[in-house]
Design a binder for this molecule. Structure first.
Ligand SMILES: Nc1ncnc2c1ncn2[C@@H]1O[C@H](COP(=O)(O)OP(=O)(O)OP(=O)(O)O)[C@@H](O)[C@H]1O
Ligand SMILES: [Mg+2]
Length: 257
């Protein structure tokens, strides 16, 4: 079985079936890009995987462990334990404006360590927290901004901090929901470069919802084209970007490649 496996996931809001029968798998270190029109269900899929929504049916496995099914854990603590496998980066960076860059990354780490101590688990980090944070800032190229506040940074820099923060808890899978759609083209480039480095240098396993087609083509091991809640095409970038399926062709022609 692959590292990460999603089997027949279905999700409705009221009477409308939003995710119809979603199945895919990713190997460790691979990048999956999800593309598709507005409203096709991309965010709903990411939110469902991350326990931000309940699902109707289906299963998700990580390293053969059942991570998600329609039996949603009742205790918040159990949900947190499942969610910890994922890091999430949204379109809006969601940094804490009252904290510095350093503190924005420190906060989740300190909370996690306190929680682990309470549960008699070994610490997540095996080195001083400051070293860890400076290493994360180095990965996104922003060590010199450690004492800045989010309001003093560009949108691209904020997003890079959000990426560092999402990596702080060492997730197995890093998920991005349109990480550059709030940015102008120049800042988009700097964020995409950081994400590409995460793959090339650190071999992170990532799921990326994006409208940046040339980026998806370049970074992905697999591309999924969704339309109206279902997977229309799924395969290597070459396969999907050269698809002969009418729905895929129509979508790609309407996007700037
Ligand atoms: N909380 C909700 N309640 C009811 N319907 C919802 C809810 N969230 C999303 N939907 C509907 O589910 C469908 C899929 O939405 P979703 O946000 O997943 O699309 P998307 O592919 O991420 O679109 P975009 O590219 O615009 O971000 C849409 O029809 C949307 O209106
Ligand atoms: Mg969306």
């Amino acid at each position: 079985m692959s590292y990460f496996v999603v089997k027949s996931l279905k999700k409705s809001y009221g009477k409308s079936l939003i995710l119809k029968d979603i199945s895919f798998d990713i190997d460790k270190g691979q990048v999956l890009s999800i593309i598709g029109r507005s409203g096709c269900g991309k965010t709903t899929l990411l939110r469902s995987l991350n326990y931000l929504e309940t699902i109707d049916s289906g299963e998700v496995y990580l390293e053969n462990e059942l991570l998600l099914s329609n039996e949603f854990p009742k205790k918040e603590n159990d949900i947190i334990k499942k969610r910890i496998h994922y890091g999430l980066v949204f379109q809006s960076f969601n940094l804490f404006p009252q904290y510095t860059v350093y503190q924005n990354i420190e906060l989740p780490l300190k909370l996690m360590e306190a929680k682990r101590e309470k549960e008699n688990l070994p610490p997540l980090l095996n080195r001083p927290i400051e070293e860890e944070i400076m290493d994360l800032l180095d990965k996104v190229g922003l060590q010199d901004k450690r004492d800045s506040f989010p309001s003093q940074l560009s949108g691209g820099q904020c997003q890079r901090i959000a990426i560092a923060r999402a990596m702080a808890l060492k997730p197995d899978i890093l998920c991005f929901d349109e990480p550059t759609s709030a940015l102008d083209p120049e800042l988009t480039g700097e964020v995409l470069k950081v994400i590409l480095e995460l793959k090339e240098k650190f071999h992170l396993t990532m799921i990326i919802v994006t409208h940046e087609m040339s980026f998806a083509r370049r970074i992905s091991d697999k591309v999924m084209f969704m339309d109206n809640g279902e997977i229309v095409d799924y395969g290597s970038p070459e396969e999907v970007f050269n698809s002969t399926k009418e729905r895929t062709k129509a979508f790609l022609q309407s996007s700037i490649l």
